[in-house]
Design a protein around this ligand. Structure first.
Ligand SMILES: [Zn+2]
Length: 652
């Protein structure tokens, strides 16, 4: 509890800290309104406690003891216990369950295939926090129901290296006893870095596959073949999955079709069409780009637009914000800068790290003479118009390199009049406000800002409707399941499939946790049983569910602030000793502040004295409940707000 208060002291502004003494000892008449705004001077012989943290009760009296996390520096992976057992799978039947990614777009992607008792998992992504998660860092797929099946899990197949497909591995791998991972070289390279940071690498088994080869991998009873697709990170794979029960699946992962990608080979349409001739039971296909008509633009067009900007840039620095995993974009920039005699500086930790990994694995051909280290000293001697800075922060992320530049806190780069900032990126839905915020700050500093609205400086990584049609046509499945998207995007994708002849009954529209089983003849059966899937949130090193009391408390504090009352009482007689102290955070009021505090403290005293008199042997936890409830009613009536109220009884 004390740590909680200390944290509040550090985190929240606008708090009030007062003691009953501030009122009861002050016998002067009520000051005029204008004087009330002045801070109250400390009362003589009653030094005012500025904050609680300086008035820590001794350890014996601390209401709760803080136990530091033993596993600090590693990651928590204790999922809640659930009493759920997978329904028995009939002989020769094959099962699919989306665990994450079907109720959300571009987040938390994960699915499972089952045959007999054996399970194979596909992808394992995170979802980054939005306002609904109230300060939690991110959420991960709920694998609580799988933790009792760890012996049955034969492997994890990973389609590509984006965090919404790999970011939850560090939590989920240990929870599932470290199943074997299959992925392409770059995908595993980036996973390796994450597992190393989480101190899990030495326990992990990673098997490298080649998406260009038609080799079939045995993952438990399943045969899995990887094929090449295009996307916004190189070395992406789609999957062909064959079950001994006869069901055959194609899982696209994230994909687009680009005939002129920058460094990858184009999506392997020949092989996809060959796979389609095997008689596919169900296609699971990426719905992220479902709302976009036509074909997505090629990465090559972006290169041309960027080259025009770089070559014509003659004044100030050129700062290009992009995703750090967009290796092909970075390669294009390296080549362009080389051609036009410019120097590249990388800014942002993930940018530097991903470039290092891609370079080491041979995906990025870096020309050392143009790549400079980012320090204030190293930019010296290079005229600003020769400097091209590739930076993270295209989504307006609060602590990113670009955000630091925008507020003048970047170590090496100070934005000045005449600099140009290019957003070679699109805005992920939900980030619009932060991005516009950064753009405003950059313009204020004198920068010229270019976004994809001003030119072809970005293309997305997901198939538009015409590419989605190509995939469905080539694979030609019996059933079609739009995946990776909330209901809206999946429905748009379904509608696209209808335009090429698929019927409503051919579509599999299911949410996370729904179970579909396929008979040996390929017919589909939907189970009425649903896997319980909750939102599992990660907050620092802690893990919990979205419905937990922690988030409810945060919501209350966020909406209405916090009010803490400390009662010092005699351990034996339970009589109140001295003054009740009141501490508030985040409650907004001005002129009436002293009156309100006075009223609350009076109510707090009355409520305590009455309760202890009426029930002299009341237990402390019940006493606290009564005090809280009395005060909640009172505060709600008087100031029409419902702050979180924390009464604390300190026995001495
Ligand atoms: Zn992706």
């Amino acid at each position: 509890m004390q740590d909680f208060l200390d944290e509040l002291d550090n985190e929240l502004d606008g708090g009030e800290s007062v003691s009953e003494a501030d009122f009861v000892e002050q016998k002067q008449p009520k000051p005029a309104v204008s004087e009330q705004r002045k801070p109250t001077p400390p009362v003589k012989n009653q030094p005012r406690q500025k904050t609680f943290s300086k008035n820590k009760p001794d350890s014996k009296n601390r209401p709760e003891t803080f136990v530091p996390q033993k596993n600090f520096g590693t990651f928590v992976s204790r999922f809640p216990d659930v009493k759920f057992y997978l329904p028995t799978l009939r002989d020769k039947y094959t099962r699919f369950i989306p665990i994450g990614g079907n109720n959300e777009t571009g987040a938390k992607n994960m699915g499972m295939f089952q045959y007999g008792d054996d399970i194979m998992l596909v992808d394992c992504g995170v979802q980054f926090a939005d306002m609904d998660m109230l300060g939690a860092n991110y959420s991960v797929p709920d694998v609580s129901f799988l933790t009792k099946y760890t012996k049955n899990i034969k492997g994890f197949v990973i389609t590509h290296a984006h965090l919404d497909h790999i970011g939850a591995l560090k939590h989920i791998l240990p929870a599932l006893d470290m199943p074997v991972l299959y992925g392409t070289r770059l995908t595993l390279g980036i996973i390796r870095k994450w597992l190393e940071e989480a101190k899990l690498l030495d326990k992990a088994t990673l098997i490298e596959v080649d998406a260009g080869s038609d080799k079939k991998w045995d993952v438990g009873p399943f045969k899995v073949e990887f094929f090449r697709v295009n996307h916004s990170v190189p070395d992406c794979a789609g999957l062909y999955i064959e079950s001994p029960g006869g069901a055959k699946f194609v899982h696209t992962g994230d994909f687009k079709i680009d005939f002129t990608p920058a460094i990858d080979a184009p999506a392997d349409l020949t092989r996809i069409s060959e796979i389609g001739r095997r008689g596919i039971t169900m296609l699971l296909s990426d719905s992220t780009g479902s709302s976009r008509k036509g074909f997505s633009m090629s990465e090559k067009n972006v290169g041309e637009a960027l080259e025009k900007i770089v070559s014509e840039h003659t004044r100030g620095r050129l700062i290009i914000a992009s995703f750090s995993s967009w290796i092909s974009r970075i390669q294009q920039l390296i080549d362009i800068c080389d051609k036009h005699g410019k120097y590249i500086f990388l800014s942002g930790r993930s940018m530097v790290e991903n470039v290092a990994i891609a370079k080491e694995l041979g995906y990025l051909k870096v020309k050392e003479h143009i790549m400079k280290k980012m320090t204030p000293k190293n930019t010296e001697g290079i005229p600003p118009h020769k400097q091209v800075i590739i930076t993270t922060g295209s989504q307006g992320e609060q602590f990113s390199a670009l955000a630091r530049m925008a507020v003048g806190q970047h170590n090496s780069i100070e934005i000045v009049q005449g600099d140009t900032v290019v957003f070679s990126s699109s805005v992920v839905p939900g980030n619009e406000k932060s991005v516009v915020g950064i753009i405003n700050k950059l313009i204020k500093l004198g920068a010229n800002v270019i976004t994809k609205d001003d030119g072809e400086v970005h293309t997305g990584g997901h198939a538009f409707q015409e590419e989605q049609k190509i995939m469905i046509n080539l694979v030609h499945p019996k059933y079609f399941m739009p995946i990776y998207g909330d209901l809206y995007f999946r429905t748009l994708h379904k509608n696209t499939a209808k335009t090429i002849g698929y019927k409503e009954e051919d579509m599999v529209m299911i949410e996370n946790g729904h179970i579909v089983d396929f008979a040996p003849d390929g017919n589909l059966f939907r189970s009425r049983i649903k896997v319980p899937i909750q939102d599992i949130i990660i907050d620092g090193h802690g893990m919990g569910t979205l419905g937990s009391h922690v988030l409810k408390a945060r919501e209350k504090m966020m909406n209405s602030g916090v009010l803490v009352l400390v009662y010092k009482v005699d351990k034996r007689t339970r009589a109140l000793l001295g003054h009740i102290k009141l501490e508030t955070r985040g409650l907004v009021y001005l002129e009436e502040v002293r009156d309100i505090h006075r009223m609350i403290i009076k109510k707090a005293r009355d409520s305590y004295e009455h309760t202890v008199k009426d029930v002299p042997d009341i237990e402390e936890k019940d006493l606290i409940k009564v005090l809280r409830s009395d005060l909640e009613t009172f505060v709600s009536k008087r100031i029409d707000r419902e702050p979180m109220i924390i009464p604390m009884v300190v026995e001495v």
